[in-house]
Design a protein around this ligand. Structure first.
Ligand code: IPM
Ligand code: MG
Length: 363
């Protein structure tokens, strides 16, 4: 473990700046309590960068990210930029930074906290105890294939290419097997092998890599069946690995099982320890600037960063325990509150976490 780290902080749009303020407060407290120091370098991405720099991903931002130990990202996007052409959309900045930093593995854990079971729209007995993780391939597939528009016989045609090569599939499989090995040793690979050629390659590479992990049980599921099983019996899943677009959809579905997308963190990793950490939720323009956003997904993303990129496992555990303790004590932001009139705001929630963190790190 080093004793000083540089963190790139990219707040983005909407509630991004508010929730990253909370994240930085948590890191400052971790620094105080552990003696490790963090240097923050701020950069723009998404809509704010379009407005300020004329591009959703300025070179400067990519440079800052590359020279840091890890990246913390808020959220991008908002109605202001929704009508923009592709290259001037906030989302293009997000795809660009994923690709530019080689972050091919996106980890999206969906864990049901016992005191939030009632927040799910599904029956308590179906969701209580859900603890799964979606590993989404993040830099290939249809998101990054060639896109075309042309006219044939006077009709407009649009084309999106879906390409995967063996190497791309193999590396995401290895990441997933490694994760499964540290959990309950069950990996479900999700594809559409009954229709798509890329899925048939996906499945055969999964089978081949499985030979190196005899201790992990590999199963295959078609994506439509998986979408159904996630709401029917989510506890059957431990680790799910899937391609980029299926992972986009299934991870939102998995997130919603917990009833609180405002609670879910994500990590995007490449080779090595470097990573980008962001909440799974979006920029929530409707509540931006009101001080009511739930900072917990971002704070839990900080925990993932401490663990994966900074080798600060103890601090990571302490941050997670602090969040669970605050929830167990009954503190709720509006998105997860049964009684909205008693909901607290972003700063108050963060303050409770900071208080708990001191206790947890002393333990
Ligand atoms: C996500 C988001 C992005 C994606 C959008 C904003 C481009 O939905 O991170 O899941 O589709 O990857
Ligand atoms: Mg998504």
């Amino acid at each position: 473990m080093k004793n000083s780290y540089q963190i790139a902080v990219l707040p983005g749009d909407g509630i991004g700046p508010e929730i990253l303020d909370a994240a930085v407060k948590v890191l400052d407290r971790v620094a105080e309590l552990t003696g490790v120091s963090f240097r923050y370098v701020y950069g723009r991405i998404g809509g704010c960068a379009i407005d300020e720099d004329g591009t959703p991903l300025p070179d400067e931002t990519l440079r800052i990210a590359k020279e840091s130990d890890a990246v913390l990202l808020g959220a991008v996007g908002g109605p202001k930029w929704d009508q923009n052409p592709g290259h001037l959309r906030p989302e293009t900045g997000l795809l660009g930074i994923r690709k530019g930093l080689g972050l091919f593995a996106n980890l999206r854990p969906a864990t049901m906290h016992p005191s939030l079971v009632e927040a799910s729209s599904l029956k308590p007995e179906v969701v209580a105890g859900v603890d799964l993780i979606v590993v989404r391939e993040l830099t290939g597939g249809i998101y990054f294939g060639e896109k075309k528009r042309y006219t044939v016989d006077g009709r407009e045609v649009a084309e999106d290419q879906l390409i995967y090569n063996e190497a791309e599939i193999e590396r995401i499989m290895r990441v997933s097997f490694e994760i499964a090995r540290k959990r309950n040793k069950r990996l479900c690979s999700v594809d559409k092998a009954n229709v798509l050629e890329s899925s048939r390659l996906w499945r055969s590479v999964a089978e081949r890599v499985a030979n190196d992990y005899p201790d992990v049980e590999l199963t295959h599921m078609l994506v439509d069946a998986c979408a159904m099983q996630l709401v029917r019996a989510p506890k059957q899943f431990d680790v799910i690995v899937t391609e980029n677009m299926f992972g986009d959809i299934l991870s939102d579905e998995a997130a919603m099982l917990t009833g609180s997308i405002g609670m879910l963190a994500s990590a995007s990793l490449g080779e090595g320890s470097f990573g980008l950490y962001e909440p799974v939720h979006g920029s929530a323009p409707d509540i931006a600037g009101k001080g009511v956003a739930n900072p917990l997904a971002t704070i839990l993303s900080v925990a993932l960063m401490l663990r994966h990129s900074l080798a600060m496992d103890q601090a990571a555990d302490a941050v997670e325990r602090a969040v669970w303790a605050v929830l167990a004590a009954g503190h709720r932001t509006a998105d997860i509150a049964a009684d909205k009139s008693r909901a607290i705001g972003t700063e108050q929630m963060t303050a409770y976490v900071l208080e708990e963190l001191a206790k947890q790190l002393e333990n």
